[in-house]
Design a protein around this ligand. Structure first.
Ligand SMILES: [Zn+2]
Length: 299
């Protein structure tokens, strides 16, 4: 039987990543390029399709067959595969992405939120493998999350669940792009850690050298993360919280304040049970989760 492969696409606000993946989660070929959202939807879709074509060609070259494709996008994706809102790639709004890509490629196509794709990736192939119920946080430019309950992705009644970054942590706090104020994202995203015109990785390096101001920035972000996390843990009694995204590289700097806050605000049964761990898949979480979702569409 011909070996069957899927293509996972991680369409982020900055990077467009694609991978040709087998059922065990091994990446056989990959590509990455800038998303360039300002270049417009037609440019984006034609570059996406060109990349898919190259990976399909690679599958043929190694004697395999591409059977499905899935795309993770930074926005609200309804269960019909239509992108309803995307702050970072606004050109995608209203686009029936799954149907358009399916027409263009002849493959079954699924579209899902990028944080959900990361959660599925970590659950299937990474740090979440041993857990049935978890939340995977993606802390980068924004703060997103994917929720897996009893082994299944929970996307809510309309596909809008998992907006961990918009849990209020300061009732009268900083205004947020979502229209509310005091959202976690305003205190614990890469942007919040970096400050005006800064870079979160630079702040992390300073913290590792013992800079007190930089350490305080991570302690504050960790504290706010712990406050929001305690609410979720008390509500859902999860087995694990997996921390993914660029800021996960600074997990060690966030963890002390985060765990202290979590411990002080949770009931002992739920708080004692939950494991808080960094993700294992790094930048591959999104493409691997998309590929796992693609395999499910052809089951
Ligand atoms: Zn918000």
């Amino acid at each position: 039987m011909t070996r069957e492969l899927c293509i996972g696409v991680d369409l982020g606000g900055s990077n467009l990543r694609m991978a040709l993946v087998d059922r065990q989660g091994s990446v056989l070929a990959r590509s990455a390029e800038p998303t360039l959202p300002a270049a417009g939807l037609d440019s984006l879709l034609s570059r996406l399709l060109a990349g898919v074509g190259r990976l399909q060609g690679e599958a043929t070259r190694i004697g395999a067959r591409t059977v499905a494709l899935a795309v993770g996008v930074p926005g609200l994706v309804c269960s019909d595969g239509v992108v309803r809102a995307s702050v970072n790639v606004p050109g995608l709004e209203g686009v029936p992405l799954a149907r358009e890509l399916s027409l263009a490629t002849g493959l079954p196509v699924a579209a899902l939120n990028d944080a959900n794709a990361c959660a599925v990736g970590e659950k299937r192939y990474g740090a979440g493998r041993d857990y049935r119920s978890l939340i995977a946080l993606t802390i980068g430019t924004g703060v997103g999350a994917g929720l897996i309950l009893d082994g299944k992705l929970w996307t809510g009644a309309d596909g809008a669940a998992g907006e961990f970054g918009h849990i209020p942590v300061e009732p009268e706090g900083r205004p947020c792009g979502c229209g509310s104020r005091g959202c976690l994202e305003q205190y614990a995203s890469a942007g919040a850690i970096a400050g005006e015109g800064g870079d979160a990785a630079v702040v992390a390096n300073r913290a590792r050298l013992g800079d007190a101001a930089a350490l305080a920035v991570f302690a504050e972000a960790g504290r706010y993360l712990g406050i929001a996390m305690a609410g979720v843990v008390n509500l859902l009694n999860l087995e694990a919280v997996i921390v993914c995204g660029g800021v996960a590289r600074s997990f060690d700097l966030l963890a002390p304040a985060l765990l202290r806050e979590l411990d002080s605000r949770t009931f002992s049964v739920a708080g004692g049970r939950v494991r808080v761990e960094p993700g294992m898949l790094g930048d591959d979480a999104g493409v691997l989760g998309a590929a796992a979702t693609a395999f499910e569409t052809v089951l």
